[in-house]
Write a protein that binds this ligand. Structure first.
Ligand code: EPU
Length: 439
């Protein structure tokens, strides 16, 4: 596919947008569904390529899967698991599928899962996942690019994570659900997606306490204690933060529905400090607006509840035209400033020194052709194009489609002038339609 976004910037976004289910939660819930025999149904599942990949991974293990797109629900019948291998062809497409390792070790006491390797934004090692599984009693061999984990018996233990890794916390929670005795994960990740996974597993019959704090205790239960469930995932806090940014960047005014504001406290606080207006108008709805030029701020990305790395690029877009100088320190990933060269091409004044970015606000950005390098950098370029003067074209949309459901449709409902077009159309047609009247 050679789809591109054609965007005409400068229109304030106005209206309402409804946030979908959390990608980074749903993918893990789908793996967790493998633990219980029978049919588990997950609601509020966004239609994303990452969800499709996870469904394929799970289907290859022998579970029966279906996705009802109109109902936004996924059904996973994990009565029979007939294969314990997650192949490189799928894991390399989406590293989050590495989560089936913990689920398979738990349910089948054996798993062969491809190592995901690095990705564009950083090295993204999985050593904590492996060390934790070993501590639980699994024998691990790494051969030919695969992790082979085998355990005659998993026994609860204390595990200390060097960094509160989201993926390691999730993999180890899954592995410990059916271990004998209690497992204590210390320095655990505290993200809302961890709490969602614990709630999901507990409704299934697991016994997990402390999710959402730095110490999670998983008291092992028996396979026969677990049963399939129906469960609705939490809203996507990063999608919500992205739309908040887009409204503020374009000096618009809009309502974000189906958001859990408590999941965005740190981000919201920074937006308020920049001069945006954010009001809670209902328990799950925020009204967001901005009239004036924003003020610059400094921030460091941190594990939850700190400033989310997944919204770093959005905040950088806001800083490009804010009053003064802002400094961002990216502390989670080695290479998460890939939007910087593209923003510079739009006129931004950004100096980057390793994991620090110094952004001197300019009066305006101007539109141009931009390439998305990964999911969040790509989304931030869409926001930048919406706030810029003139026209932009955004390429490599497959990155954005991994994590934003109907992105352009939702932006258009807010009045954004954005179209998706297949670039294999004759060039003259593309040029003809990329003009004022078309957008
Ligand atoms: N790390 C290690 N060893 C490990 C595990 C992690 O060194 O065994 C390092 C990583 O290299 C990274 C840091 O620890 O530098 C944090 O990684 P973490 O494990 O917390 O991240 P993740 O589970 O791989 C999830 C999200 C990311 C999000 C991070 C941090 C999913 C599918 N992905 O990744 O989301 O950035 O947590 O909040 O849940 C995105 O949605 O765009 C995205 C990248």
């Amino acid at each position: 596919m050679t789809d591109k976004f054609y965007i005409k910037g400068g229109t304030p976004l106005k209206g309402e947008v409804k946030i979908g289910g959390a990608k980074n939660s749903v993918l893990k819930l789908m793996a967790a569904a493998l633990l219980a025999k029978g049919k588990t149904k997950i609601h509020n599942v966004p239609d994303l390529t990452d969800v499709e990949i996870m469904l394929n991974v799970i289907a290859e293990l022998g579970a029966k899967t279906s996705y009802d797109k109109s109902e936004k629900s996924v059904t996973i019948d994990a009565t029979d698991i007939t294969d314990i291998t997650a192949k490189y062809e799928l894991v390399s497409k989406m590293r989050a599928s590495f989560i089936v390792l913990g689920a398979l070790v738990s349910r089948c006491k054996e798993a062969i899962v491809a190592l995901p390797g690095g990705c564009a934004i950083g090295e993204r090692r999985v050593d904590f996942h492996i060390r934790g599984l070993e501590a639980l009693g699994a024998k691990i061999k790494i051969e030919n690019g695969y992790v082979h984990a085998k355990a005659n018996r998993l026994a609860g233990t204390d595990i200390y994570l060097d960094i509160p890794s989201v993926g390691a916390t999730e993999n180890l929670m899954l592995a410990a659900v059916l271990a004998e005795g209690s497992t204590r994960i210390q320095n655990a990740a505290q993200e809302p997606e961890i709490v969602d996974l614990a709630n999901f597993l507990n409704s299934m019959g697991a016994d997990i306490n402390g999710a959402g704090t730095s110490e999670i205790v998983i008291n092992g239960v028996k396979q026969s204690d677990l049963h399939p469930i129906e469960y609705t995932t939490i809203p996507d806090r990063i999608e919500a933060g992205t739309f908040m940014t887009a409204i503020i960047a374009t000096r618009g005014k809009g309502i974000i529905r189906n958001v859990f504001p408590a999941h965005l406290t740190f981000f919201t606080d920074k937006l308020l400090k920049m001069g945006a207006n954010i009001k809670l108008i209902e328990p799950n709805s925020l009204e967001v607006s901005c009239k004036n030029r924003l003020n610059s701020i400094n921030f460091i990305t941190q594990p939850y509840p700190g400033f989310p790395t997944d919204l770093q690029s959005m905040a950088m877009t806001l800083l490009t035209t804010a009053n003064g100088v802002g400094i961002i320190t990216e502390s989670l990933y080695e290479n998460r400033f890939m939007q910087v060269p593209e923003l510079r091409r739009m006129g931004a004044d950004i100096h980057q020194d390793r994991n620090h970015a110094i952004i001197k606000g300019v009066k305006k950005l101007t539109g141009t052709t931009l390439a998305a390098s990964d999911l969040r950098a790509g989304a931030s370029l869409v926001v930048a194009a919406l706030m810029a003067e003139g026209n932009s074209v955004i390429e490599n949309l497959h990155h954005i489609d991994r994590g934003y459901e109907n992105f352009e449709t939702k932006l258009r409902l807010l009045g954004g002038r954005i179209e998706r077009k297949d670039d294999t159309l004759p060039a003259n047609l593309t040029e003809d339609t990329h003009n004022e009247s078309y957008l």
